[in-house]
Structure formats: C-alpha cells, structure tokens
Design a protein around this ligand. Structure first.
Ligand code: AMP
Ligand code: MG
Length: 425
C-alpha cells in the first residue's frame, strides 16, 4: 500500500504530454471551456488608430489658454469613419466615442465640458484642464501587431472568446477532449428504470454519478456511460472490449478483496500495467490505476472502490486531476487551505490519510469548517451536506473544535470554494 502523496506523484507522472490526444479546429462559438492549442498573435495594432474615449470635441491643445478655448466646429467624426478631416488652428471637430482622432488634434474634451456659442457659425467654448493626449487611446496601446496575446494551454473562458474575436479568429485550434468510458460493476446492482430492487439488490448509482463528474469537467466533455457489468470475468471482459475504444476507462466496484471482485484480475490478464492498486487513504483504499496499450494507443484505467462515497472522493482526488492534465489544463483544481474547526470531528487516528466530508464556509474573513456526520463510505446522503473535506494525515487524530486543520475545496460542483457567510448553503 502506498501513501496518497506517492499515488498522486505516480498519477501526475503518467499524464501524457499536452496534446497527446491531438488537436481539432472549432468555430469560435464552440470553443468555450476548451483549451487553446495554438499561440495567437495580434494581426494588427489595438486600438488600430488613435481612438476617442469620449463623446465630445477633438481639439488642438495649443489653442487653450488657462484651460479655456473658443473654437470653430469644422466637422463631425463618427465611429466607423476615417478621420481624414483637416482641423486648422482655432478649430475643432465634434467626435464620438470610438471614432478616430484627426491627425491635427491631440486632445478630446468631453461634451459635458462644452458650451455652444451663439452666432451663425457653429462655435463652442471648451473648458477643461488640458493635458495633451487626454481622452485618447493611442494606437497600439493595448497590443502591437505581431505580439503574442494568447498562448497554447490557456483555458478558454468568455474573456478569451472576446479576445479571440478581437484577434480575428473565427476558428481556433483546441486540444481534443478525452473519451471517457464509465462502467459500474456488481451482481447486486439494478439499473435505473429496471424496477424496484429485489432482496439483496440496490440501485446502481455510481455510473450516473461518475458520468456526471466527467461531464462536470466542462468543455462539453461527454462520458460514455456503458452501464453495468456483472461480477464474472466474461461480463467484465465484454464490457472492456467496448470501453477500450475510449482514452480513459473508469470502473467502479470489484477492485477489493472479495471473492467476486474480478475487475483487477481481468485487467491484469489483459495486460494492464498497474501503477498502483492500494492507497493508504480513507475513503478509497482499493484504488487501481494503470495503463495499457490497445492497438498502439495508450488507454488509462481507473478502478474505483464501489462504495458511493469512495467512488466520488477517489474520482475527485485522482481521476479529475488526471483528466484535467490530459485535457491540457494547467494548474491545480484544488485549494488546500487552513480552516478553524467549529465542532469536534468524530473518528480516530488511522494509518491512512482521511478525508472527512465537511461543510466549509467563510465568516468575517475567516474560513471555518465542520465535519458532517455520516455513516461511512456507503452513505452518499451524508455527503449531500458537504462542500469539501477536512484532511487528516495518517497517524493524526481528527481535529477538535477550536483547532486549525487543512481543508480541501475545489472547482467541481460539490467542492466549490466557500462564497457564503452561512454554513447552510
Ligand atoms: P465493491 O467495491 O464492488 O466491493 O462494492 C462496495 C460496496 O459498494 C457494496 O456495498 C456495493 O453494493 C456498493 N456498490 C458497488 N457499486 C455500486 C454502484 N455502482 N452503485 C451503488 N453502489 C455500489
Ligand atoms: Mg462489487
């Protein structure tokens, strides 16, 4: 049995080079949530011309005395027009936000600081503390032609979509999403829609939960939910035949020491290179991870413990970071931070790292946490009240009220960072 740290190190070392799944080109409208697979440079200066930041008047700073000028209005420049108009001394032009500033002028005075003068010809009095260049965004201020603005590996958020549109990218290269197959195993499992469980049976839930954890990675990733494999080598093998078309296979159940736990044996017989299969943590001790070659592709396989909470937690701690790495995301998806514990946590010191489902919230700038009461790894209901975990290192006692402890929050829907000052969200 290896420690959680060692297992995570092996996991990270196994993440293939970014881009190993290949690239695809998408219309910009479909790129949200994906990871950019190219460096993108500016194809023009931004702003592309000296641009007015205000509705007002473009004038010559030399015409002002003590912040005051009375000028002839010799024209109007609207946004979208070229600023070819000449502005002789003693004159100005009416200008709109976003319009190019005429070459002869070097200041824009906002309309609120102007006053029309009576008379036949259009004249204005402008009153402002004049500073050359004021209210003008100079050409190339934001970016210069040829400058790299976005780099490969960037997650595409709405801001990046806006930037890519600015850069003229109607299409973008992104990393291909991994195909992830999900299989539940167990003779006791009844598929949703197949009636009420009979004696000794339970409803299959992990397949649905794990599939939605995959989907929760975003980027429109679609899990391949393969259903239930029964507890015999032929059934597991048949399911794997289909699953191996995917890049990553996630199985739940059948990886512990029971007489009918066939998943690990079957996988090893088919040539799985096991990277680890027992991790010193609770929940989640039986946790299989390996890779195998299927027709010169590498397929990664996770065998998660069948208890629903164990399945959930091991996905979040191991499968999610692996898939993120494979998708090309950089950086961690967890925040580990210290929290003040507000009530005694149950349980005792173990030789394994424990993850206690917990409520974590912010109150007056402080992170607070309390373990939720739950009945162990089968109790998915207990997990409903949690939005993160208290980490208890091996050989340490679960934290008491008033002490500080490490907590884990992250990006998945259940592990949202605390954003509320109530423990009841
Ligand atoms: P296993 O890892 O196969 O020994 O299963 C451990 C426990 O989790 C048993 O109580 C199983 O009935 C339960 N279990 C296994 N797979 C699922 C599943 N897909 N949905 C709900 N419970 C499961
Ligand atoms: Mg089982």
């Amino acid at each position: 049995m290896i420690s959680k740290r060692e297992a995570l190190d092996l996991l990270h070392a196994a993440i293939p080079q970014v881009g190993s799944l290949g690239l695809e080109t998408l219309p910009l409208a479909e790129a949200l949530g994906r990871v950019l697979a190219e460096d993108v440079a500016a194809d023009m200066d931004m702003p592309p011309f000296d641009r007015s930041a205000m509705d007002g008047f473009a004038a010559r700073s030399g015409d002002f005395q003590n912040g005051l000028a009375e000028l002839l209005v010799c024209g109007t420049v609207a946004a979208g027009e070229a600023a070819s108009i000449a502005v002789p001394p003693g004159s100005c032009v009416k200008i709109m936000t976003g319009a190019p500033v005429p070459a002869d002028t070097d200041v824009v005075v906002m309309v609120e600081k102007s006053e029309e003068l009576p008379g036949d010809r259009a004249r204005v009095r402008l009153r402002d503390a004049i500073r050359p260049g004021q209210n003008i965004a100079p050409r190339g201020q934001d970016m210069r032609k040829g400058e790299f603005v976005l780099t490969s590996g960037t997650a595409i958020r709405p801001i990046e979509v806006g930037m890519l549109a600015t850069l003229g990218c109607a299409e973008v290269a992104v990393f291909r999403r991994p195909r992830v197959a999900v299989i539940a195993t167990g003779d006791e499992l009844v598929a949703l829609g197949d009636g009420r469980p009979g004696p000794g049976q339970i409803r299959e839930s992990n397949g649905h939960m794990l599939s939605s954890q995959v989907a929760d990675l975003g980027a429109g990733i679609e899990p391949i939910h393969l259903g239930i494999a029964r507890d015999n080598p032929a059934a597991v093998n048949a399911m794997l035949d289909t699953a191996f078309a995917a890049d990553v296979v996630v199985l739940s159940g059948g990886v512990s020491m029971g007489e009918f736990d066939y998943v690990h044996h079957t996988l090893k017989e088919r040539g799985l290179n096991v990277l680890f299969e027992q991790v010193a943590m609770k929940p989640g001790k039986p946790l299989l991870f390996g890779e195998m070659t299927v027709e010169d592709r590498t397929v990664f396989v996770f065998g998660l413990p069948g208890n629903p909470v164990s399945s959930y937690v091991t996905f979040e701690l191991f499968v999610r970071p692996f898939l993120r790495g494979l998708m090309g995301f950089s950086g961690p998806h967890f925040l580990e931070m210290a929290a003040r514990i507000t009530s005694d946590s149950g349980g005792k010191a173990l030789r394994r790292t424990q993850h206690l489902p917990a409520k974590i919230w912010l109150e007056e700038g402080e992170v607070l946490a309390e373990a939720v009461t739950w009945n162990g790894s089968g109790d998915l209901r207990g997990l409903l009240r949690a939005n993160g975990f208290i980490i208890v290192e091996a050989h340490e006692a679960p934290p008491k009220s008033g002490t500080r402890a490490a907590v884990l929050i992250g990006e998945s829907s259940t592990l949202r960072p605390p954003h509320s000052s109530t423990r009841d969200y």
